[in-house]
Design a protein around this ligand. Structure first.
Ligand SMILES: [Zn+2]
Length: 313
């Protein structure tokens, strides 16, 4: 009886706690969306709230939650798991806006074959600086795209910053790899979500860049492929080259203006085609090859068993 009373009391406690937690969480979404509304002319507060973003439980340096939204597959096993990340550089407004717009597209047209994890703003402190201009770096002045733990980070990242960029503040890699909560959280997503491909949105070079295995797309909509190479601590060097996960870097043409609606759709459609042709199909072919090699090995072992009695009666 005592045990049952405790269970009921505990359950009641949980029930009583839930609304308060949910309330706190929804006020954080509301606050985040209000600040997004102030910064991005094309994403209103109501629209942002309606995206039903998930609080990751992680926070930026300035205690802004890091939000994401998942879109599941229709089948249990998706054809590909894709991590889509915007707003790594806070002053590239279009790189966040377009990810919000693609969220809307996914809500309406998710065909359910891919598992998506969508992060509209990885660097909220850089974007949502009130009342000043947004900045590329995070609140600590770190370029998150130089803070990832590529194996050469300690020897190369600080040296590159000093010698090649002449201590350009916009390219500061931080005091150590993964010194920043935002880059640490993204690496956690790689470990837990296990994407087959990562798409990272930037501006304003107007091209597509690519790092890692697989064949890159020749173009996405109006954006032609141009391989820019990687930097110590960049996502390209860490995710594409070190982790071996195909990394598509989409550089929009302007940091301030959005592509036309047609171009946005073309970029999206071409990205889906690339995922299917150059991420899904090669993986399926590799799995098929591994299966047939395993079957062949099994058959060879069975043949050996049949032969042995004859050799050693
Ligand atoms: Zn950028």
């Amino acid at each position: 009886m005592l045990i049952r009373t405790r269970i009921v009391a505990a359950a009641a406690g949980i029930w009583l706690c839930l609304p308060a937690f949910a309330q706190a969480e929804s006020s954080e979404v509301s606050d985040f969306c209000r600040r997004v509304d102030v910064k991005l002319s094309s994403v209103g507060k109501r629209e942002c709230v309606e995206y039903d973003l998930t609080h990751s439980g992680a926070y930026s340096n300035n205690d802004t939650p890091l939000f994401y939204r998942d879109f599941g597959p229709m089948d249990e096993k998706p054809r590909a798991r894709v991590l889509l990340v915007g707003g790594i550089h806070g002053d590239e407004y279009s790189s966040t806006t377009i990810v919000f717009k693609w969220l809307k597209h996914l809500e309406r047209h998710n065909h359910g074959e891919f598992q998506w994890r969508v992060v509209p703003v990885l660097n909220p402190d850089g974007l949502l600086r009130p009342p000043r201009m947004s900045q590329r770096m995070n609140a600590n002045g770190v370029d998150l795209n130089r803070n990832f733990p590529s194996p050469d980070w300690e020897t190369e990242a600080p040296r590159y910053w000093v010698e090649r960029t002449r201590k350009n503040k916009r390219r500061y890699p931080g005091p150590a790899a993964l010194s920043e909560p935002e880059s640490r959280w993204l690496v956690e997503q790689l470990d837990s979500f296990k994407p087959d491909a990562v798409i990272s949105i930037h501006a304003p070079h107007g091209i597509v860049d690519f790092d890692g295995p697989r064949v890159p797309p020749a173009r996405l909509g109006p954006l032609d492929l141009r391989l820019l190479g990687t930097y110590p601590g960049s996502m390209g060097r860490y995710i594409g080259l070190h982790r071996g996960i195909p990394l598509l870097t989409v550089e929009l043409e302007s940091a301030f203006s959005m592509p036309t609606r047609d171009d946005m759709e073309l970029i999206w459609d071409d990205t889906l085609v690339w995922i299917e042709q150059h991420v899904v199909l090669p993986r399926l072919a590799e799995e098929e090859k591994a299966r047939s090699l395993a079957m062949q090995a099994e058959a060879d072992a069975a043949n050996d068993d049949e032969v042995k009695p004859a050799l050693w009666p």
